[in-house]
Design a protein around this ligand. Structure first.
Ligand code: GRF
Length: 201
């Protein structure tokens, strides 16, 4: 049997990067069988850049406002992804809508984590929206990325109950905790699925 080449991951993030760190650790400990090759970040002040530096993972800061339009920005991103031979893109708090250029180059190869039970509460402030709506349960969704906003095929969902004493902060903490236990597992499961498909193709 031929030796399986390890899947090469790039994480895209714009903010704190707690999910980035959890994924990096899951790779280190062997829970995810992949290589974390690259962080793509679009915000110069994002704390995730510090986390990447601390864990020795190559980071590239690419800022859309330094490009003519979305297409040229994504072409630049794509250039880096190709240079690094990236197989799979993991969005982890990446606050941009992925455009045609990247979607076309990575069909069914871009995963996102969203802090609600999609299709409920898509968009940038899902936990706040769910809390403000007074729902009894919300949750986390991992899905494939398509051209819509948080609309791609769902890979996995987990519920988070909203209890009477919850504040927005406590709910955010509960949602994050579920994200951290869930994302590495779903990423590994998806990698295994892709590898099986490769073997059979
Ligand atoms: C997470 O809640 C994720 O679901 C959403 O953005 C947040 C990123 O958090 N897409 P962090 O930067 O990983 O801490």
């Amino acid at each position: 049997m031929s030796k399986q080449v390890r899947t090469r991951l790039a994480i895209f993030a714009s903010g704190s990067g707690s999910n980035f760190e959890v994924i990096a650790k899951a790779i280190q400990s062997g829970k995810i069988n992949a290589e974390l090759c690259l962080l793509i970040c679009d915000q110069p002040e994002a704390y995730v850049l510090k986390r990447a530096e601390a864990s020795g993972i190559e980071a590239r800061l690419l800022q859309p406002n330094q490009y003519l339009n979305k297409m040229t920005f994504e072409q630049a991103v794509l250039g880096v992804l190709k240079e690094m031979k990236i197989d799979l893109i993991i969005l982890a708090g990446y606050m941009r809508i992925v455009g045609k250029t990247l979607l076309g180059a990575y069909p069914d190869r871009i995963l996102n984590i969203h802090p609600s039970l999609l299709p409920f509460f898509p968009g940038k402030q899902a936990v706040l929206d769910a809390f403000a709506a007074g729902v009894k349960e919300t949750g986390v969704t991992v899905h494939l990325v398509d051209q819509g906003i948080d609309t791609g095929p769902i890979l996995s969902q987990k519920k988070v109950m909203v209890e009477s004493g919850d504040t927005l902060t406590s709910l955010e903490e509960k949602v994050h905790k579920v994200e951290h236990s869930m994302y590495p597992y779903v990423i590994q499961t998806y990698i295994e699925k892709l590898q099986k498909e490769q073997v059979h193709s």
